[in-house]
Design a protein around this ligand. Sequence first.
Ligand code: NI
Length: 190
Amino acid sequence: MSDILPIVLHPHRALRQVAETVTDVDAAVASTLHTMLETMAQANGIGLAAPQVDINKRLVVIQPEVEGEPGNRKAKSATPPLLMANPEIVAKSDEMIDSEEGCLSIPRVFDVIPRHAWVKVAYVDEHGNPREVEGEELLGRCLQHEIDHLNGVLFIDHLSRLKRDLLAKRYNKILPDFVEDTPYPFTQES
Ligand code: NI
């Protein structure tokens, strides 16, 4: 597998599928996770789910310890990334927090989305070991966003219809510029 995969852009059928559970985290799965990590870094992202690179498996990579504004984030390399198979929310706070969110598959548009203030996620790491991680703030938000991707859900689905329509107009206007700049490899066919 190459070091970088093209990221599919909304609307693409791959973003709307329910991804399949990984039955065995073997060397090939670990390799896919590392390729996803490279792809995410190339795209200056903080999280990436396998459906975003047209792989229909429940795989997620996250590197949430970043500085900078949405759209211009820079990873702090000292913090190890999370490489996750079959991540699942096993506990969450009742409290919800609003914050701005974006997505590499819906580039250059952002909006405020409510998320649980805290989540606990069970997953299998790249060595096949069961693990848990707890997250709040950016990590908690990122976990919820990426797990949504595995269920064919995008952050725009959490907006009111009015906001979603406005954002769709902005996105359609912005997309030709993005395609011309090609800041990261992407694919559009659906
Ligand atoms: Ni996303």
